[in-house]
Structures are given as C-alpha cells and as structure tokens.
Design a protein around this ligand. Structure first.
Ligand code: UAG
Length: 501
C-alpha cells in the first residue's frame, strides 16, 4: 500500500474542500466544526480525486478509490501540503506573529522594513496577502494549511527572501501552520478574545502557548515581557528568548520621549549584545526612532517589528528610517478630518484594543468625544459582554457620548450580529449603568453622531468588521464634496516633527 508521501508524487493538487477537487487531487476529509468532510468524499471522487485521506474512515460512504487512514486529518493536510509544495518555509526568512492585538500592524511594519531595506518581501495576514508580485485581500488572518503552503511556494517562486505572517490562535489550534518553519516568532500581548472558539480564556492562552512548539529551540522568540500573560507563556520557552518592553526591564527597551496625535519619538536601547543574523553581533547601544502613528501601543508594535528586523541582520539605522516612513494600516487608528471634526477609525475588537485606542486618545485635542461602537457579530456573547465592560471602564475615566449599533447594512450575513450577541452587549451596559443610544444601522449611528457633533469634536468609530463602510457613509454624508480624506488618497499621511508638538 502506498504511503501519503508516495501519493504526493502522483498528485496534481491537494485540498480539504470537495468543490476544489480536480482530477488527480488528494482530498483530505476533515470533521469540521460545522460539517463533516467525510460526507463529501463521494463528491470529491466524482470530481476525479486520486485518493481520500481521513482520520475517521467509518464515516466515509462506500468508495472505489483508495483511502488512507491517518491519526489526525488536519495535521495530515498540513504535512501533505508542505510536502506537495516542497516545504517552502525552509528556504525563507519567515517571521510568525501571534498575540491578541498588534499582529496586523507588526506584520505590515515588518513587510515595510524588509522592503525598504531592499529585500523582496512577502506577507500573509488579516488584511492582505503579498506573494512578492501579487497582493490581494485576505479572508482569514491565518489561511488554511494548503493556502499557507501555496502562498509560501509562490513567494519562493517570486524570489521573496523575507516574509511576515500573522498566526491566529485558531490557526494554531487547527494546524494551519503545522510544518511551517519560522526564522523568528513574536508574541505581542494577550487579552480575552475568541472565547466562542476556545471556550475559555485559559484554553485561548493554551492555544497561543502552542506557538512555542512551532518554533525550534534555535528560533528566537521576541516577547513583549511587560504583558503578564506573555511573561507566563515565555517562561515555558526553552529556546532563544528576546524580551522587549516599554519602560520596563527587558533585553531591548523603548522609552518614549514624545507621544502626539500624529506620532511618537522614542529611544530603543539594546541592553545586551544581540545575535543579529549572518553570525554578526549587534552591540549594546541606543537608537533614536520616530513613528508617524499615534498611540503607545504602536510604539510597542514598532519595537517588536524592529527587533525581528534586527535579528535578521538589518541595521538599526535602516529600521529607524523605515519606521519613520511607515504609513498607517487600514482601520488601525486611522485619522481623518471632516468639516472641523476629527474622526478616528479603529477595529478595536477586544478589551485590550479598546483600552489601547482610548489610551491613544489622550494625546488628541478635542472638545467633546462621541463614540460609535458596532457590536462584534458571529463571535459569541462573552467577547461582547467583555467589550461593553471595557467601554464602561473607559467611560468612568472620561466622559463621552456612546452610540451603539448592531448591524451594518453593508456587511454580509457572515458578520451579522445575533440577537444573543446584541443582548449580551446591551445587558452589560445596562447592568453597569452606562447610558447609550442604540441605533439599528451603522449609517444611522453615524448620522446621529454627526448631528450631535460640532467642529472641534472627536468622533471615534470602533468595533465590528465592516465598520470600514463607516468611511463610505461619512463621505456620502459630508456636506461639502471636498472631503480632505478623498483628496489625500486612502488616508492622510501623518507627519511628526518635534517642532509640531
Ligand atoms: C471555526 C473556524 O475557524 N472554521 C474554519 C474551518 O472550518 P472547519 O474546518 O470547521 O470546516 P467545516 O466548515 O466544518 O467543514 C468541514 C470540512 O468539510 C469540507 N467541506 C465542506 C463543505 C463542502 O461542500 N465540501 C467540503 O469538502 C470543508 O472544506 C472542511 O474541510 O476551516 C475552514 C477552511 O479552512 C475555514 O473557512 C473556517 O473558518 C471560518 C469561516 C472562520 O470564520 N474562522 C474564523 C473564526 C477564524 O479562523 N479566525 C481566525 C482569527 C481571526 C482573528 O484573529 O481575529 C483567523 O485566522 O482568521
């Protein structure tokens, strides 16, 4: 009987979705969260599958083609995909980034730093996939195992040498990144998130801790050691640990000298010599940096991205120049202006990111604050109760008008808010005695906010996916056609200078 590895030599492709099967494909049947892939084996066979791989063959219908039984179909899918595409990650410098918040910004920062250093660069993340020549929007933070290996193989073909990849807890748990070799890992921060998927914060943390197993002992793990949960997980890592923190003891620290609406200035101190790629050592030293993004959390993101670039042998000066030049990431503290009103748009999908956004507002000057928060759909009640509690916590520190919306007419049903999610959010606000206005649609919520806002006020748009539609709504509601956001391209380019402070 042929082994999986032998079938690979004959296969024309590999997939776990029956609709994607073409003649000569290996079909891996996965017992999923919503349906059973074994039930689609006959459809896969009809489409010309070469062989079926299953960890539960008793669930398969009668078939005339060969079946390979494996202990874990998801792991088998990842291994087969890596084999099929020739283990592309072995030949790449690939930084894996995990944590609750900051993954997307760090991945985009690293892509930018590597590119600015003249390297051919790739990216796999929440917003975009960049295979070196092709850049296209992504659907998941960490794609399925076959797509991961396919994208990495495309990168190699396109002469990519350095890449950044976001690694979600779901991705780790579902073995989407098994058989991916990372040249460095980053652990950003941890807070309650994805409680619907993982069941509890403890099992979410366990899923994140499994990231350590994906890194070999020789692969450096860069950790934000100021985060207590990251600290606990890092304590279990037996490999090369590089600790980072703002204003706390760590191997590499940042101290912030300026924190303004449009950016920050900070000094990075390398407190001990660091192995910096190609066998070179970076001596201890201090390096001034600037960043054209608001918020302390973005300094933290820049510090972690910068260290990953350092361990790949990039000079601090190159990293500093690239960071200074980095533009904002979609829906991450995007600032724009509308008729004297400042608008800040951020995804802020969990308590950690809500707190970070409000902390960043401290450097903004405004008269009144109006917050439009869209409830997070299809992610369960626990995260929505936690988000409502986080908003209440912020409201106890500074006054703001709170407008809640549950639905966004421009978002498909996949992101729609369930009655239970809405109830969990609003009940938490009611229990904590936080007053708010509820409006059924995003455009309605934004209209209401604009109706109350005066020049000099700040409107904060946070929450659910699809809120980017808020920008379109705002543009369509603008009383004058000269919305500066439109004139300046996707986002206004922020400029920081010490004099502007
Ligand atoms: C809960 C979850 O993560 N589900 C993902 C998972 O589904 P699953 O394996 O349980 O599959 P299933 O839908 O039950 O189907 C079982 C099997 O039958 C197969 N099938 C199904 C139908 C059919 O006609 N034929 C067929 O062969 C499926 O391909 C699958 O192999 O695998 C699918 C294929 O890769 C993913 O599309 C799907 O993501 C869903 C859509 C999703 O929304 N996932 C989110 C929660 C997610 O993963 N998010 C993270 C984190 C984001 C963040 O940090 O915020 C991410 O990395 O994006």
């Amino acid at each position: 009987m042929q082994t999986c590895a032998e079938w690979i030599t004959q296969a024309t492709g590999i997939t776990c979705h029956s609709d994607k099967v073409r003649p000569g494909y290996i079909f891996v049947a996965i017992v999923g969260r919503t349906t059973d892939g074994n039930a689609f084996a006959a459809a896969a066979a009809a489409r010309g599958a070469l062989v079926i791989v299953s960890d539960s063959p008793a669930r398969l219908p009668p078939l005339t083609l060969p079946v390979i039984t494996v202990p874990d179909a998801r792991l088998a899918l990842a291994r087969l995909a890596a084999l099929f595409y020739g283990n592309p990650s072995d030949k790449l410098h690939l930084v894996g980034i995990t944590g609750s918040n900051g993954k997307t910004t760090i991945a985009c920062m690293l892509e930018h730093i590597f590119t600015q250093a003249g390297l051919t660069t790739g990216l796999i993340g929440t917003i975009r996939v960049n295979t070196g020549t092709n850049s296209f929007p992504s659907t998941l933070t960490t794609p399925d195992a076959v797509s991961v290996q396919h994208y990495l193989a495309q990168m190699l073909k396109n002469k990519v040498t350095h890449a950044a990849m976001e690694v979600s807890a779901q991705g780790i748990d579902m073995h989407r990144v098994a058989n991916v070799r990372f040249s460095a890992g980053i652990l950003t921060n941890l807070c309650a998130d994805h409680l619907d998927f993982h069941g509890s914060f403890a099992s979410y943390l366990e899923a994140k801790a499994k990231f350590l197993d994906l890194l070999g002992t020789g692969t450096p793990l860069i950790v934000n050691i100021a985060d207590p949960y990251c600290q606990a997980i890092a304590g279990r890592f037996s490999g090369k640990l590089i600790t980072a923190a703002i204003d706390s003891p760590a191997d590499i620290t940042a101290s912030i000298t300026h924190l303004t609406t449009y950016g920050s200035a900070f000094t990075v101190t390398v407190n001990r010599p660091l192995a910096a790629g190609n066998g070179q050592m970076l001596p201890a030293g201090r390096y001034p940096m600037t960043l054209a993004l608001p918020g302390r959390h973005n300094v933290e993101n820049a510090l972690l991205a910068g260290i990953a670039a350092l361990v790949h042998g990039l000079a601090p000066e190159t990293i500093g120049a690239a960071l200074a030049d980095f533009r904002s990431v979609e829906r991450r503290m995007n600032i724009f202006h509308l008729e004297g009103l400042t608008i800040v748009d951020d995804t802020a999908l969990n308590p950690g990111s809500i707190d970070a956004v409000f902390a960043a507002l401290a450097s903004f000057r405004y008269n009144r604050l109006i917050v439009v928060n869209a409830i997070r759909g299809q992610r369960g009640t626990a995260i929505n109760a936690a988000n409502a509690a986080a908003l209440t916590g912020q409201r106890r520190k500074l006054p703001f008008e709170l407008i809640i919306t549950a639905s966004n007419e421009q978002v498909g049903p996949a992101d729609s808010v369930t009655a239970e999610e809405k109830l969990a959010f609003l009940t938490t606000l009611n229990t904590l005695k936080t007053d708010y206005t509820y409006t059924g649609t995003l455009s309605g919520a934004i209209r209401l906010a604009l109706g109350h806002a005066l020049p000099g006020d700040l409107l904060l748009l946070i929450g659910a996916q699809g809120m980017d539609a808020g920008r379109q709504v705002l543009s369509s509601l603008a009383k004058t056609p000269e919305n500066p956001c439109r004139d300046q391209g996707h986002y206004p380019r922020p400029v920081w200078s010490a004099a502007a402070e």
